[in-house]
Design a protein around this ligand. Sequence first.
Ligand SMILES: O=C(O)CCC(=O)C(=O)O
Length: 247
Amino acid sequence: MKSKANIKAEFQENGYVFIPGFLTKEEVANINKNFSRVIKEVIPGMAENKVFYEDKTDTATLKQVMDIHTHDVFFNDVLSNGKFKDLAEFLLDDKVIGKNLEYFNKPPLIGKLTPPHQDGYYFMLDPSVAVTMWMALEPADEENGCVKYVKGSHLKGMRLHGRTKTLGFSQGIIDFGTDDDLQNEIAFPAQPGDLLVHHSLTIHRAGGNTTANRDRKALGLIYFGESAREDVEAKKAYQEKLQKERV
Ligand SMILES: O=C(O)CCC(=O)C(=O)O
């Protein structure tokens, strides 16, 4: 078990921290049970721009669901009370607001790669005081698309992003792949209940799912520090632009 002091030191130095066994098997089973319920009962009532499929015509290819906390009491509680939020406050040295609770999957063979990006580019915060948490709900490795981080990238500023063709990750770093990126990139295979936490400026990506029979389900949580200011106008304009490009 990592000490609290080590968890914070790693986060500050590397821009991410890996916490094995953050949730117990029972806690993971409970999250999985509730995601199954949400997929069956809640998603049908959600707006189209919150629910993404690899193939729109096939609900078995569900890949991402956003803002689940605003539609479901159980997941609102996971985001806004308890150990995830406490950890976010500890790492950011700030009070935090739970902004998003997401479901991610990469279905076998068709689950696409996650382009290299910095979450802060999407968040539009000044200062960019925010963390993202990513928790494996089943084994994730290089074959089914585990998360990869560029160590120390949170200290090197925001990179240039441009439009991608990936649904759910519309922006990616356009010049990703420098020597510095590749030499410092580390893959994080994870088991159910293992937690990854990254700073909003940390560069990360994930491969596609090349396996024939394994999913890659994960829980995502986003927290903004109270000291971060959202550029509300810029964000609105950006959302409108995305919406226009989608039709
Ligand atoms: O699930 C993934 O592939 C990546 C998730 C991600 O990029 C994020 O949570 O910021």
